[in-house]
Every structure is written in C-alpha cells, then in structure tokens.
Design a protein around this ligand. Sequence first.
Ligand code: C5P
Length: 233
Amino acid sequence: AEGRDLAGRHVVVSAGGTREPIDPVRFIGNRSSGMQGYALARTAVARGARVTLVSANSALPDPAGARVVRVGSAEEMRKAVLEAVQGGGPHPGGEADAVVMAAAVADFRPVGYQGSKIKKAAGVEPEPIALAKNPDILAELAARRPAGQVVVGFAAETDDVLANGRDKLARKGCDLLVVNQVGEDLTFGLPDNEAVVLGADGTATEVPRGAKEALAEVVWDLVVARLEPLPLG
Ligand code: C5P
C-alpha cells in the first residue's frame, strides 16, 4: 500500500455474482462470493478513497466506510454502476476516478420471466429455458469513459489464460484487465487469488498466489499510476 494515495478520489467497485430470475423463486447464478470485490473496496477505503461498492448477492459484511448499493440482476447492476460512475443521483462530485468490475456478471438471462412459480406436473416435460444476452457493462463503461477515468475488468479463464486475457482486454477496451485462472476448486469463495494484470499499454504484472487483499493493493497501485493529478488547491 502507498499510504493515502487515493485521497480525494471516488472509486466504484462491483462485487459478487448477479442472479438472473427464472421465476419468483429460481434464478441462474454463479459461484462468485464477492471476496475479491470487497477486498478492493476495503483497501481503497484504507488508501483514502470515497468508495461506492455495487454488490450483487454477497453474504459478506459491508466494508466500513464504503457506500454499499445492493443489486440482484445484471440489469440492476448496470443501472447502479452507471449511476455511481456518473456521480448522478445522491452522489456529489461528478465522474468517478476509477471503476473496477470485479463482479461476475451473467452473460445471459432467461427470456420471458414467469410471474408465478413454474410447477411440475405428472407426465409433462419441462419447457427449455430460452436465454438472451445481457448488456456488457464493462465494455459500455470503457466506451463511455471520460478522459482520465480508469476502467478495470476481471477475467476468469480456465485455459490459455494470457492469450485469452489479451484478447478480452482488446475486446472490452478497458485500461487494465485482471486475469485469473479458475477451476472447480480455485479462487471461488477462497481468500487467495493468483493473477496477472494486463495493461492496455502492453504491460503485464504478475501477482503471485496470496490474499485477495494483496491483489487488490496491486490493482490500486496500477490504477494510481494511471490517474491524472488532482487539481491543486
Ligand atoms: O466476458 P467476461 O464475462 O469474461 O468478462 C468479465 C469482465 O466483464 C468482468 O470484469 C465482468 O465484471 C465484466 N462483465 C460485465 N458485463 C457482462 C459480463 C461481464 O461488465 N455482461
């Protein structure tokens, strides 16, 4: 950590995993616990930032000193993140300095939400669940970002981690992409992570296996290095 090098900054972090409703009691979800995003929020608070944490379905306690906005689905997350980065609604202070999309956002959602619980009936085959694409929030953030705002994404890959990461960084158009290897028993719900942080400027920063806090500190180091100086006075 570099002391309070995020003082005077507003950062937005997303965390957790979205749930895409099928009916009032069922959803399509994922294994994200929110730990990495919460670690990013806690470390940013410690470094002096004003932090908005947009949290999807995490059971973790609110990080002290952060403003927490709870959401369920990808569409709700999109609204909350865009509002937070634009400093609209209740936030004074204009555009955020940085946004880190650590949340696992569902790529697809069921079409045709059933307003009442789907029932099983003897001898009746279940209907297939049709899916539609969700908006890509990270790509949208990168496309709309004002000068000086740093946009960071995460990518969980199971193989060809670096090649897929470079590809994704280019496709999403963000400034930094944190790429980590996932598998059944790696990363999800665990306090440790191991990653390489790719920069749009061609840099690659390897972060050895360690606490999610340690990876969070490296992410903020790389963000701070890309921020424009605060106006004097
Ligand atoms: O495309 P993929 O899901 O692998 O990309 C992961 C990154 O993109 C994460 O930073 C995630 O938060 C973000 N994402 C998003 N909106 C989506 C899907 C992913 O912002 N619909």
